[in-house]
Design a protein around this ligand. Structure first.
Ligand SMILES: Nc1ncnc2c1ncn2[C@@H]1O[C@H](COP(=O)(O)OP(=O)(O)OP(=O)(O)O)[C@@H](O)[C@H]1O
Ligand SMILES: [Mg+2]
Length: 113
């Protein structure tokens, strides 16, 4: 199992969500985030001086899935969250040891679905 953690532009979320739901991914956690990447939050120049460091609003989307679904989901994120300009975000893939559904005590693949 893997956790796919994507930091995305908030305005791309609805399209991502509907594409994920089309392939049966419903388990999502969304967190409002703020961050900076390579440009340290700078979005341009002002009278020749760069803006001071800013934290830009992003959404963090996390979903834990079977290994076999990772490539498909990464493709969907890239397709729905890309504008081709700086600040489109990043995807982090983490190994997941175990998933436990609290209500039923099911574990692993049974607990993801
Ligand atoms: N190395 C990192 N670790 C943790 N979070 C990151 C990292 N890089 C980017 N982020 C998060 O992703 C958001 C978007 O990053 P961003 O798309 O600007 O990355 P970038 O590396 O600067 O790429 P680009 O050049 O396309 O802007 C940031 O606001 C931050 O929340
Ligand atoms: Mg950037």
């Amino acid at each position: 199992m893997k956790k796919i953690e994507a930091i995305i532009r908030p305005e791309t979320f609805q399209s991502l969500r509907s594409s994920l739901s089309e392939i049966g991914i419903g388990g999502l956690t969304i967190t409002e985030a703020a961050g900076t990447g390579k440009q340290k939050g700078k979005t341009g120049l002002f009278r020749g001086t760069t803006f001071q460091l800013q934290l830009l609003p992003k959404l963090k989307v996390e979903t834990v899935v079977d290994d076999s679904q990772v490539d498909e989901i990464v493709d969907i994120i890239i397709n729905t969250c890309s504008t081709g300009t700086i600040g489109d975000g990043k995807i982090f893939i983490h190994p997941i040891e175990e998933v436990i559904r609290i209500r039923t005590k099911e574990r692993g693949a049974q607990a993801i679905l």
